[in-house]
Design a protein around this ligand. Structure first.
Ligand code: NAD
Length: 295
């Protein structure tokens, strides 16, 4: 239990719905471990109350706030600055109340997207240098976009994006164009129904990521990959899903002999730890967090 005093500083979490979120557990564990007199609290904030809620970051001299749905794509309107990756992917999950040279918050708010940073930090923590690698990515939603943009900015050679022809498909075409126009990475958008092309690209790739939620409830019995022949043993296979810890796709990959298969837990942990570092300037003991959170 934190010792809350008149000095305790506040980090928010603004979303709706939000009561199910694990974020305050992760953040408060880290602040406590780091010896920071900081707490995170969750606030039910939707698009209608967002402007006032963001203004309260300034008024209450909060350190900042995590932002989740439905606010990630609109909060930029109320900020002073947005970092490159968040601007390119059109979504912000972390608003930082920047500090002056004395460490005091200034009210100048800057938006970041730590989802993509978190995914790639998880890859780096496995000892993998992904610069120059080829990614095959399924999905064009929030998670996929953040992963693609951050990976492209940080040196991926190419990204082949696949998606079903639903309402998210045009967003994939936009993301590929944004990546091609703003980074040295080459991005192409494909229809997930073209399974021959998917197999060909997966055999050429270094990393594969499913960022669709297929494999998670209510789609827990499904995989976007038809069978094990799509996986070569040296492919790095990742899923953004972390509940269940092993999706059908991950099982297929392991049965096909893939050694490096990772779920979405590291992305979840590192997006939080990166945000915490942006708020407090402190890095957190990763092993301790993994042990406490049962990761
Ligand atoms: P989203 O709703 O923004 O995007 C969903 C994507 O899945 C779209 O590309 C959509 O076309 C695709 N899709 C939906 N149903 C499909 C189906 N039946 N078959 C194939 N494709 C389908 O969602 P999001 O926020 O991008 O989240 C996607 C997944 O990533 C979810 O499982 C979410 O829990 C997970 N996620 C994990 C983390 C983490 O920290 N590990 C962070 C964000 C999201």
């Amino acid at each position: 239990m934190p010792n809350i005093t008149g000095h305790t500083e506040l980090v928010g979490l603004m979303a709706y719905p939000i009561r199910h979120s694990q974020s305050p557990t992760t953040h408060n564990l880290a602040y406590d471990k780091n010896g920071d007199d900081v707490i995170q609290l969750a606030f039910e904030v939707d698009n209608d109350s967002l402007e006032a809620a963001v203004e309260s970051i300034r008024a209450l001299k909060m350190l900042g706030s995590n932002i989740s749905m439905p606010n990630k794509t609109v909060v930029h309107k109320y900020l002073d600055e947005v970092d490159d990756a968040a601007r390119l992917c059109g979504a912000i999950n972390t608003v930082v109340n920047t500090r002056d040279e004395n460490g005091n918050v200034t009210g100048y708010l800057k938006g970041y997207n730590t989802d993509g940073m978190g995914y790639w930090q998880g890859i780096k923590e496995e000892g993998i240098d992904f610069k120059g690698m080829k990614l095959v990515l399924i999905g064009t939603g929030g998670a996929a976009t953040a992963i693609a943009v951050r990976g492209a900015l940080d040196g991926l050679a190419s990204i082949d994006i696949f998606n079903i022809k639903d309402k998210f498909y045009p967003r994939g075409e936009e993301i590929a164009e944004i990546i091609n126009n703003n980074t040295d990475c080459k991005a192409e958008m494909h229809d997930l129904a073209d399974l021959d092309l998917l197999k060909e690209k997966m055999h050429e790739a270094d990393i594969f990521c499913d960022a669709t939620g297929v494999g998670m409830h209510p789609l827990e019995d499904l995989s976007n990959i038809p069978d094990g022949s799509f996986f070569k043993p040296d492919l790095i296979v990742t899923d953004t899903v972390y509940a269940p810890r092993e999706t059908v796709m991950m099982k297929q990959a392991k049965e096909a002999g893939v050694k490096r298969v990772y779920n979405g837990l590291s992305m979840m942990l590192f997006q939080a730890l990166i945000a915490i570092e942006l708020y407090t300037g402190k890095s957190t003991d990763i092993a301790y967090m993994k042990e406490q959170l049962g990761i």
